[in-house]
Design a protein around this ligand. Structure first.
Ligand code: ATP
Ligand code: MG
Length: 553
C-alpha cells in the first residue's frame, strides 16, 4: 500500500479501494479527457487533480487524451496550451498523448459492427423531424421510418456517408435502442454525423465524425481505463456508455463515475462563455489575469501548489454547489504568506523631504526578505527624499490612525523614526511635500528616551526607486452567478482592472523574475507579469479577505 497520510478521501477513492481489495482491478488507470476547444480553467484543475492524483496515490496510470471529435471548434493551439497547463500544475501523463481521433478507424469498425448486429441504422429525418419523433420527458418517442432498413442497405448507406456521397446534415447514423426509454439519451441517439471539415489531427481524411457518447466509452475501453471519472451532467449518458460497450466486441468495461463540477462565484466556467470574452475583446486573451483559466491564474501569480491545495480543500462529492472566490484566494494567500519574499512599493506616492538628512547621502540599509523564515536580506537605499502612500499621512487624525500625522512620529519600515514638521500644498490644496525630521538613533531600535512610536509605514527612496506598471484587479463580474444572467457579459465589472502606470518600487524588484511572487508590504501580494516587456506587476490577492467584509457590510 502506498502511504495513506495526507491522502484525500472521497467516495470515488472508496470505490477504488473496494475494487482493488476485491480483485476487480489489480491497479488503476484513469484519464483526463479535455476537448481542445479552449484553454483549461480552474474547473478542469479539479478533474486533473482527481485523475492524476489517483494515479499518483495508487501508483496507477493516467492518460492525457484529447477528446477531439468536433473539428470546427478545435484548434492545435489549444492542444499545446492544455499540455503546458497540465505540466505546470505538476502532473505528467503516462505514455504518449492520446487522441480520440487516432481511434477513428476503430470507431468506424465498431459502428459497422453495430450495423451488422442490427443495432444501428442510417436515418434521413431532418433535425426538426427528429426532434418531433424523439418525444418528451413525459411522452415516448416514435420510431423513425428508417429504423427497419435492412442490414445490407445500412452498410451500403454508411459506406456512402463515409465516402462523402451525402450532404452535411442529410443523414446520420443512429444506434437502435429504445424510442420509449425514460432516458432520452437511449432514444436512438446519433452516433455519427457528416462534417466536411478539416481536422487538426486527421486532416481531410474523414467527412463523418463520431459523437461524444459513442467515442468516449470506446476510447476509454481501448486505453484500458478502469475508472472513467466525469461530471454529473453525464449521469444519464452512463446508460449509453454501458450500452455501447456491451454491444461491441471489446473486453475492457471501464466504470463511469460522476462527481459534481466546480462552480466558482463571480466568474464563468464554460469554455464557450470564456471564448466569447476573448473574441469580444472584453479581456486581453485566454491568459488575462482576471480569467479563471489556468494560464490566467498563473499570470496573476497563483502557484501550482496553491491550485492543487484548493482542489484538495473543495474535495470531490456528488453535491452541486457554488464555491466562494475567497476559498481560492485563501489558498494562494497562505502559500505566498509563507513563501513570498517581502518588498516595498508605493502605489500612490506623496513626497517626503527629511530635512536633517544630507542631500547627497545614500545610506544602504539592509532588510530581511521574510519576517520569520531565513530568506536572506536585501539592501534598501535610504535618502533625503522618499515616497510614502498618500493615504498614510493626515494633517489631523485620532488615535486609531497609526500612521504619519502632522507634528507626530511614525516608523519607516526597516528604517528610522521620522516626524512630520510641516507641509507644502499646491493651489488646489493638495499636499505636494511633507517636510520631516528623522531620529538617527532609531534604526532597528526604539527611541532612547522611551517615546512610544506605534505606527509603521512603508516607503521607497524618491531618488533611487524604480518605476513599474502595477495592475490592480477586482472580480471580473459584478454578480455571484453571471452564468444565470440573460446576458452574462452585461454583468462584467467595468472596474475589474485598474492600471497604475508609474508605481514606485524599491530597486531590488528590478531583478524579479517572471511569475515571481512578492508581498508588497502592507499592500498585498504581487507577481511579475510573464508577458509585458517592461517591468509590470499583477496584483495576485490582497493581504486579507476584504470581500468577506464587503459582503457583510
Ligand atoms: P466546458 O463546459 O467548460 O466547455 P467541458 O466539460 O466541455 O467544459 P472538457 O474539455 O470536455 O470541457 O472537460 C475535460 C474534463 O474536465 C472532463 O472530464 C470534464 O468533466 C472536466 N471538467 C470540465 N469542467 C469542469 C468543472 N467545472 N469541474 C470539474 N470538472 C470539470
Ligand atoms: Mg466537453
Amino acid at each position: 500500500m502506498a502511504d495513506t497520510e495526507n491522502r484525500p478521501t472521497n467516495f470515488i477513492r472508496n470505490i477504488i479501494d473496494g475494487d482493488l481489495a476485491s480483485g476487480k482491478h489489480a491497479s488503476t488507470h484513469t484519464r483526463f479527457p479535455p476537448e481542445p476547444n479552449g484553454f483549461l480553467h480552474i474547473g478542469h484543475a479539479k478533474s486533473i487533480c482527481l485523475n492524476f492524483g489517483i494515479a499518483q496515490d495508487y501508483k496507477g496510470l493516467c492518460n492525457l487524451r484529447f477528446d477531439d471529435t468536433n473539428p470546427e471548434k478545435e484548434d492545435i493551439d489549444y492542444v499545446h496550451s492544455i499540455q503546458e497547463d497540465v505540466k505546470w500544475l505538476g502532473f505528467d501523463w503516462d505514455g504518449e498523448i492520446c487522441y480520440s481521433s487516432s481511434y477513428f478507424d476503430k470507431l468506424y469498425g465498431y459502428a459497422v459492427e453495430l450495423i451488422e448486429k442490427g443495432l444501428a441504422y442510417v436515418c434521413f429525418l431532418s433535425p426538426e423531424q427528429a426532434r418531433e419523433y424523439r418525444g418528451t420527458l413525459t411522452e415516448p418517442g416514435k420510431n423513425s421510418p428508417h429504423r427497419d432498413t435492412s442490414v445490407e442497405e445500412n452498410l451500403a448507406l454508411f459506406e456512402k456517408m463515409k465516402n462523402g456521397e451525402f450532404k452535411e446534415g442529410e443523414c446520420v447514423l443512429r444506434a437502435k435502442i429504445d424510442m420509449a426509454s425514460s432516458f432520452m439519451v437511449l432514444r436512438d441517439p446519433i452516433i455519427y454525423r457528416i462534417r466536411f471539415a478539416h481536422h487538426h489531427q486527421t486532416g481531410d481524411k474523414w467527412c463523418i465524425y463520431p459523437m461524444y457518447d459513442f467515442t468516449h466509452c470506446i476510447s476509454d475501453a481501448l486505453e484500458g481505463i478502469t475508472h472513467s471519472l466525469c461530471t454529473l451532467e453525464f449521469q444519464d449518458n452512463r446508460r449509453l456508455y454501458d450500452w455501447v460497450l456491451e454491444n461491441i466486441s471489446i473486453e475492457c468495461k471501464p466504470q463511469q463515475i460522476e462527481f459534481s463540477r466546480l462552480n466558482l462565484e463571480y466568474t464563468v466556467m464554460s469554455k464557450r462563455k470564456l471564448n466569447d470574452l476573448v473574441e469580444n475583446g472584453q479581456v486581453e486573451g485566454w491568459d488575462d489575469p482576471r480569467m479563471p483559466t489556468i494560464a490566467g491564474l498563473r499570470r496573476r501569480g497563483y502557484t501550482p501548489a496553491s491550485i492543487r491545495e484548493f482542489c484538495k480543500r473543495i474535495g470531490i462529492t456528488k453535491q452541486d454547489n457554488m464555491v466562494e472566490m475567497g476559498m481560492l484566494e485563501a489558498c494562494i494567500r497562505d502559500d505566498l504568506n509563507e513563501n513570498a519574499p517581502r518588498a516595498m512599493a508605493v502605489l500612490d506616492p506623496v513626497k517626503i523631504v527629511i530635512e536633517n538628512f544630507d542631500a547627497d547621502k545614500v545610506e544602504m540599509l539592509s532588510a530581511p526578505n521574510h519576517p520569520t523564515l531565513d530568506m536572506g536580506e536585501r539592501e534598501l537605499p535610504f535618502t533625503r527624499e522618499i515616497f510614502i502612500e498618500r493615504e498614510d499621512f493626515r494633517v489631523e487624525a485620532n488615535k486609531k490612525f497609526k500612521r504619519l500625522v502632522l507634528g507626530k512620529e511614525v516608523r519607516l519600515r526597516n528604517a528610522y523614526v521620522i516626524k512630520a514638521e510641516r507641509i507644502e500644498e499646491d493651489d488646489a490644496g493638495n499636499i505636494t511635500t511633507i517636510f520631516c525630521s528623522y531620529d538617527d538613533e532609531t534604526l532597528g531600535k526604539n527611541p532612547a528616551d522611551g517615546r512610544k512610536v506605534k505606527g509603521v509605514i512603508h516607503w521607497v527612496s524618491a531618488t533611487h526607486c524604480i518605476e513599474a506598471e502595477v495592475r490592480q484587479y477586482d472580480r471580473l463580474f459584478n454578480v455571484p452567478n453571471p452564468a444565470a444572467a440573460e446576458d452574462f457579459t452585461a454583468t462584467l465589472n467595468p472596474e475589474s482592472l485598474v492600471i497604475i502606470a508609474n508605481a514606485k518600487l524599491e530597486p531590488s524588484l528590478a531583478n524579479a523574475e517572471a511569475e515571481q511572487g512578492f508581498q508588497f508590504e502592507r499592500l498585498g501580494y504581487y507577481s511579475r507579469d510573464n508577458k509585458a516587456e517592461t517591468l509590470t506587476f499583477n496584483q495576485t490577492v490582497g493581504l486579507r479577505d476584504s470581500w468577506a467584509k464587503i459582503e457583510k457590510a
